[in-house]
Design a protein around this ligand. Sequence first.
Ligand code: KMH
Ligand code: ZN
Length: 271
Amino acid sequence: MSVSITVATTGPIASKRDNPSLPTQPDEIAEEVHAAFLAGASVAHVHLRDAQDRPTADLAIARETMEKIAERCPILIQLSTGVGLDVSFEERERLVELRPQMATLNPCSMSFGAAEFRNPPADVERMARRMNELGVKPELEIYDTGHLEAALRLRDAGVLTSEPMQFSIVLGVRGGMAATPANLITMVERLPEDCVWQVIAIGRANLELTAMGIALGGNARAGLEDTLFLRKGELSQGNLPLVQRAVDLARALDRPIATHEETAQALGLSV
Ligand code: KMH
Ligand code: ZN
């Protein structure tokens, strides 16, 4: 079965001081996404930054970024509604009004490093219902076993109706599960039948756990949102080397790379 690769170019935390090649402005993000698409990525996970490079849910910036990506390539766009830890839920949820093909849905609140990632149950439910109305497919970001249970409760209550369900197992955020093989296996064993899933491995274990996710039959995510480094002490020069590494891992494990049409079909989306 083929592997769908998501490029996560920017994220909410890092700055150009951490890695000067981090794309933050719409043109920079669109260029990096295009290069990733040519290398095999079929989904772009998109965070937005303002002119000062701060995380933002500004609709004009989101629209411009989506347009610039679409001008360059037909990659599937997944807007982050996580946005950034200092941005209100009300601002974050407005992004789905732009009707990207997909958007993230973080089902639970949690500690996130030294800060807090606020996803109150009533707000999450409201955003999930609105995503259904607009036909925006949720990508459920699961940082702990209880987050999976919360997502399944929303499905059982008829709030999450999009099939197949799409999960990201996030490992390595301080406040969520540690990035260990045992935690990944526990989560994979608990996933519902017939879902689509990938690993998001934050930080040092990015390579090992991305490889493990592919070996276990999952999809893969790559990019500077998840790690700024190719290996200890070596900053990645942009997103492309990380995407290329995920492509190489999949090929080494005899799993072909999904085109954007194949990824859309697997997710029940039209292209
Ligand atoms: N960097 C992720 C672990 C989202 O995009 O919805 C958190 C995040 C969530 O950025
Ligand atoms: Zn994100």
